[in-house]
Design a protein around this ligand. Sequence first.
Ligand code: AMP
Length: 255
Amino acid sequence: MNTLYSIRMRSAEGGAHEHGGRHISGAERIVDEKTLKIIAQQLIDRALHHSKGTADFINICIEKIEPHQIQYIRPLAVAIYESNTIDESHALAKDLLCQSVSAKAVECAFSFLQSLNTNMRGAILLDSQTGERLDRTGQKGIRVTRMDVIGKHPSYIVTTDNTEIPVNTHLAEALVLASKVQSCKGIVGELCWSDDPDYTVGYVACNGKYHRLQHMKPLGSEIGGRVFFIDSHVSVESVESYLESQAVLVTWQDR
Ligand code: AMP
């Protein structure tokens, strides 16, 4: 197998994140050496041409990954739902999450995300029973990194009800992230909506499925967020270490 590299981009406006800059975008891939240059260019373009603004700080980090460090996982199955309003979508999301998480924790997650007035770069970790916040990262959050698919993103996927849907960049990246997150021992659910003002689709992940939900936030809103629900019997440190450091590749086809 070719040597693989993790390449990660984060960009901000008004200076670096650590100096108070406003987060514009972040993205990452795991690719071989000959693809690194192309992906670096794509990530730079993405930072410079984003609907949230133009970055004046771009950080690109490249790290070699040894083959034995990689864990291979399957993607979550994708289920799709029809809904017409934000209220309807949120009610659906709550029902789905309540299969794995207490109603109290679900309400806490919605309150956390709905009270954000600026974007976090990472996710909030909540106790899946009490709804108590478990990470101590403040406004930064826990950033899931070192993940990708093997080869190209698929151009379409077949959902649990046998519908073929096209895969845009949002869906491909979110599905990879959600699949890595759900493969972490101790994580029992996730709630997400995007911070991209043009993209109102969100999802909940639980019970081995990625439940794709329309209208999770108002069109034009620049505030998004993620919450991961943790089983209280598992150490928060082991969850954070897996999410932040374990290299994971999603195999779309059987290997
Ligand atoms: P996005 O789906 O990329 O629009 O991101 C929506 C929100 O999810 C962001 O505002 C962050 O709070 C969070 N987020 C984005 N990327 C990550 C990541 N790699 N790990 C954890 N949280 C993330």
